[in-house]
Design a protein around this ligand. Structure first.
Ligand SMILES: Cc1cc2nc3c(=O)[nH]c(=O)nc-3n(C[C@H](O)[C@H](O)[C@H](O)COP(=O)(O)OP(=O)(O)OC[C@H]3O[C@@H](n4cnc5c(N)ncnc54)[C@H](O)[C@@H]3O)c2cc1C
Length: 349
């Protein structure tokens, strides 16, 4: 079977774009060298935090637009699968310490702050409150996206490693895999931090270590975005703590220093974490691009589109990226959002 569009990489960007393309009746195949959804999209914390992350300029615009896409996007996915994606617009509290003041400070009064989040550390004296930021359980979301894509007819092949492109006359003729060649009308490179293995794009891995606890009392009511640690409660009582940002290539593993810094920063804000059992530790590789701007759209090959470089915000940007990438692939340049982000999409890599 020859696909209209062949997507390389089964992370959130590849699968979300595949699902979006099926709405236009396009026959889509995805090839993934491991298991879909086990890259950065599995390792993430799932914060939807354009404001708490203090994004600026185009990145803030992208982030807020994509955050606005979320409720409807989740509704559509859940309508296909009948299962929850763990989307929770719980708000994000960014604590301030020892009388620190900022123009956008929301809570000045500690007793008022404690009504929002009891049991905060003594040095927390105020806080910023981002009511529209929130989170999604990225692992549940990936499971749902994969199921939805399969139910909508996307052909997903796991364990297929793409090793290169065969090209002629400025077009990709086929992709080379360990199992042979695959041919499609159009190709999307969505291989996250590994994209540079296939195309000379300026994408580098940035490792992040994370860990989780379980709080049977469910004391955390919203995301806490503290200096050097963010603390994300899931609705089932799991608390996710992240994340280091390390420029160490693809070096795997958890380090004592990494976990130590996350724990000490987090316990300073929420002392009760010290009594909880650690349930899991893990790490992943964010796809970092220059100026942290994702690489979306044109490449030197006419029929190859790129969708990578989502760095710290790929879960947040996924619905908007899938919208932009699918319209770009379909040549729907009159789409209002494509028009708005045209310089980004046309910036050939
Ligand atoms: C620790 C950590 C915390 C994060 N927290 C957040 C957060 O709170 N909020 C947020 O919005 N974002 C967060 N992110 C960022 C987000 O996870 C990423 O930006 C996003 O998941 C990138 O998605 P992707 O599909 O591009 O990449 P991935 O999910 O990495 O998927 C790429 C896939 O391509 C496959 N692949 C690679 N090469 C090949 C090949 N040659 N052939 C076939 N398949 C190939 C890989 O196996 C992989 O499955 C975090 C990331 C990390 C690591």
């Amino acid at each position: 079977m020859t696909a209209d569009v062949l997507i390389i990489g089964g992370g959130i960007i590849g699968i979300a774009t595949a699902l979006e393309l099926t709405k236009a009746g396009v026959k889509v195949s995805v090839v993934e060298r491991g298991i879909c959804g086990q890259g950065a999209s599995w390792a993430a914390a799932g914060m939807l935090a354009p404001q708490a992350e203090q994004l600026t300029g185009d990145l803030l615009t992208l982030g807020i637009k994509s955050r606005d896409f979320y409720p409807q996007w989740i509704k559509e996915i859940q309508a296909i699968t009948g299962q929850s994606c763990g989307y929770w617009c719980c708000g994000i509290l960014a604590p301030l310490f020892n009388g620190e003041v900022t123009p956008s400070e929301y809570y000045r009064d500690r007793s008022q702050l404690l009504q929002r989040q009891p049991e905060l550390g003594e040095k927390v004296t105020g806080g910023m409150w981002y009511a529209a930021d929130g989170q999604v359980d990225n692992r549940l979301l990936m499971q749902n996206l994969l199921l939805a894509a399969r139910l909508k007819g996307v052909e997903i092949q796991e364990g297929v490693n793409v090793v290169g492109f065969n090209s002629s006359n400025g077009k990709v003729a086929s992709v080379q895999t360990a199992q042979g060649e695959l041919v499609a009308g159009h190709y999307l490179l969505a291989a996250g931090a590994w994209s540079r293995e296939l195309l000379p794009v300026p994408v580098q891995p940035r490792k992040g270590q994370m860990l989780s606890f379980f709080d049977p009392h469910r004391r955390l009511r919203q995301v806490i975005y503290a200096p050097g640690a963010y603390i994300v409660p899931r609705q089932d009582g799991t608390i996710v703590l992240g994340a280091t940002v390390e420029d160490v290539g693809f070096l795997p593993g958890i380090t004592a220093g990494g976990i130590n810094s996350l724990l000490s920063n987090a316990i300073a804000v929420l002392p009760f974490l010290a009594d909880l059992q650690i349930t899991e530790t893990w790490w992943g590789f964010r796809p970092h691009a220059p100026a942290e701007i994702p690489l979306l759209g044109a490449t030197k090959y006419e029929n190859l589109t790129i969708g990578t470089g989502h760095y710290r915000n790929g879960i947040l940007w996924a619905p908007l990226s899938a919208h932009l990438l699918s319209r770009w692939i379909l040549g729907q340049l009159d789409d209002p959002l494509v028009q708005e982000f045209l310089p980004l999409l046309q910036g050939k890599v």
